[in-house]
Design a protein around this ligand. Structure first.
Ligand code: NAD
Ligand code: MN
Length: 357
């Protein structure tokens, strides 16, 4: 029996709804495969914890998470807690504390789901965005702090290190190399940001020499939004800085039909710490408690988690089950369907058990 310990942090809004659905699917996979076991431990950290204790997680939170094989994370954000507190109090300390410097965001159009782009269907848009996840614009060491004074000047300093750029670019080239098209697009803004982004371009040039079989090109981030919208087939693997890739991947999620299907993995490629797997979407207050959250992003990120743990067969089985279910039109309202979270989850579980999958 192969056993994995998984820390579940469902947190806020629809987080608990989609993580519970994901755990049901992983448990179905356990039953189906018979030789793998997931030991889940759930942590009640998040905005409700903050309202009771004044912090999003306990001071020794990272120490508690360190022994786990992976972290399965829902979403943070509550209407009555400022967003920078929820983000900087839980998600970012985990990403940064565990040096999960490669954030991997696959996007493709799933069967049965319509892209808002005209004449674009499954196969026309199949990307992986790699987001630098440890520094850059989210370095978090602003020089002058915002205090609300009338005469204030607030700064937000970005920090790009040669080591940080090099390791994420190398990760992205390696990922591009593992995909059929072997193509990488490096997104920067080196016309305006002439220090950090010019260094980023130079390092890309240098790292590319280690990957002679990977073709690559460069596009400025503003032009990237145009290219993604008008010429999605020209892209495959994409790498960008922390903030740029954050924005590009929301666009990617929307172009693939809904944020509700977009997953993300925060990876420590050196495996010194547990990596963290989560849907891209937030806590979605507008639909919390209605039972209609799309659980597909949380299933797809479970697929990423299994891949990372070395469970490729199980990962592929869940992905095939999800594609079978979306292709059969079992969909939540955000992607034009009439089903709820439970219908989609039950259908994916049935598909996992079916013998002809
Ligand atoms: P959001 O992703 O929560 O919601 C955006 C829109 O997409 C909403 O209309 C929502 O209903 C819809 N949506 C999102 N996920 C869905 C799903 N699984 N199924 C169906 N529809 C879905 O973004 P927002 O409204 O900008 O932010 C809400 C809160 O979430 C804020 O507090 C924000 O800070 C937080 N947030 C957290 C994360 C995170 O935890 N990683 C990411 C983004 C936003
Ligand atoms: Mn985002």
């Amino acid at each position: 029996m192969r056993e994995y310990s998984i820390a579940a942090i469902p947190a806020d809004g629809i987080g608990p709804e989609v993580i519970a659905a994901g755990i049901r699917v992983l448990e179905a996979l356990e039953t189906r495969l018979g030789d793998v076991k997931f030991n889940f431990k759930s942590f009640d950290w998040g905005s409700n914890y903050y309202k009771k204790h004044g912090v999003m997680m306990p001071a020794d939170g990272l120490k508690q998470l360190k022994p786990f094989d992976a972290i399965y994370f829902g979403a943070v954000g509550a209407p009555d807690v400022p967003d920078h507190i929820t983000l900087w109090g839980l998600r970012l300390p985990i990403c940064q504390g565990f040096d999960q410097y490669a954030n991997v965001r696959p996007t493709k159009i799933l069967p049965g789901i319509k892209s808002p782009l005209r004449d674009v269907g499954p196969g026309d848009l199949d990307w992986v965005i790699v987001r630098e996840n440890s520094e850059g614009e989210y370095a978090g060491n602003g020089g002058r702090v915002h205090r609300g004074l009338p005469e204030e000047v607030a700064t937000e300093t970005s920090v790009f290190t040669r080591v940080g750029c090099e390791r994420v670019l190398r990760f992205a080239f390696r990922l591009a190399q593992s995909r059929p098209r072997k193509h990488l697009t490096v997104s920067t803004k080196s016309n305006a940001q002439r220090h950090a982004m010019v260094m980023w371009d130079e390092i890309a040039e240098q790292v590319s020499k280690e990957f002679p079989d990977v073709t690559w090109d460069k596009t400025l981030v503003d032009a990237m939004t145009v290219r993604m919208t008008l010429n999605p087939k020209s892209l495959d693997t994409i790498v960008a800085s922390n903030l740029q890739a954050d924005i590009l991947s929301d666009l990617a999620g929307a172009l693939a039909g809904s944020l509700g299907v977009a997953p993300t993995a925060n990876i420590d490629p050196e495996r010194r710490y547990p990596s963290m797997f989560e849907p891209i979407h937030g806590s979605a207050f507008d639909i919390t408690g209605k039972g209609i959250a799309n659980p597909v992003a949380s299933f797809w990120t479970a697929v990423q988690m299994l891949d990372h743990l070395g469970e490729q067969d199980g990962a592929a089985r869940i992905m095939r089950a999800v594609e079978k279910v979306t292709g059969a039109g079992v969909l939540t309202p955000d992607v034009g369907g009439k089903n709820n979270t439970k219908d989609v989850t039950d259908a994916v579980i049935d598909a996992i058990h079916s013998s002809n999958l």
